[in-house]
Design a protein around this ligand. Sequence first.
Ligand code: PLP
Length: 401
Amino acid sequence: MYHIDSNGYYGEFGGTHVPETLRETIDALKSQYLDIIESREFQEEYHMLLRDYVGRPSPLYFARRMSEKYGCRLYLKREDLNHTGAHKINNAIGQILLAKRMGKKRIIAETGAGQHGVATATACALMNMPCRIYMGAVDVERQHMNVERMKMLGAEIVAAQSGGKTLQDAVNEALTEWSNHPDDTFYVIGSAVGPHPYPDMVARLQSVISKEIRQQLQEKEGRDYPDFLMACIGGGSNASGTIFHYLDDLRVKLVLGEAGGRGMNSGKTAATINIGTEGILHGSRTLVMQDADGQVVEPYSISAGLDYPGIGPLFAHLARTARATVLSIDDDEALRAAFELTRTEGIIPALESSHALALLPRCKFKPDDVVVLTVSGRGDKDLGTYLAHKDDFSEVDAPAR
Ligand SMILES: *Cc1c(COP(=O)(O)O)cnc(C)c1O
């Protein structure tokens, strides 16, 4: 009921809105992706790499002190422990395995903060595929360390000089490059966004997260479903993986956090679901942050990975049908949540993941409620931001001296 239909739509959202030059390539992908992904050979190679290279299954950790604090049974799904530090590697490895099986010879990808670029460059090094990463020129300046990582991994970086020179411009340039070289090139999209079949393909490649949650809950709680699932959403890939096997299980409440920035009505926000309107962005009908003339509004969040003016079509649908509750989490709430997790459990989360953790004080739980929250990535990359704010949060749950 909440999964994709045969035309590539989630309710009224999704579809394949691409220029004629990409039709044939996308049609080929549409007709092959499910057969390849579900084949035994693909699954064997994919799961071998997830296990031995990425380090899966990621632990489902019972967070005792946080559970006491919030009056529930809180488990953290530890995607932060994956190789390269986040969930994005699950998708990058899967798409590049698919590209090889489709006979493609080179990989292109877009990246904002550089996390998807690093995951893609990593998987390309592993699988000996030439790799070109499109990145907004402003982001190339802001994300110096990730640019150097990608170069060390052997990727070529192209700085997008159009528009605001950020993520959405990088996506536009990558789509143009793909239109010019559709035959030999595979475009690895980094979130559950873009034209069909990408949102479904990415969700399936990330669905290993909810598959593991099911098994791990069965072992730890004696039942295979939680009462609440929580995640942050930028485009929606870690969230779609977290909820995939539970979409139609109405016993499970879905609570998601998007980036409110300085406040969703401040003009400095990336809270697309809360303030966006229907439109077409990057090949998909979805909710978009746009002005009255349909011009995309530049998004803002303290977290570079949530700084996107659109949203995966699945989430537009889940919000529209009220299957999921999507709350706008402001910068300062996310920062506070990061310091809280660090000092209660000894885990420094990514700023993106902190938007999921900040959902906890917004919810009412019963003591027996089982809550699973995905920590999508680790916070090493965000240390500079955390240091800049450490005095504001010096009292948050510091151990007694
Ligand atoms: C990129 C990123 C996100 C946001 O992307 P989704 O596709 O919404 O998951 C969240 N967390 C981390 C750690 C990221 O790197």
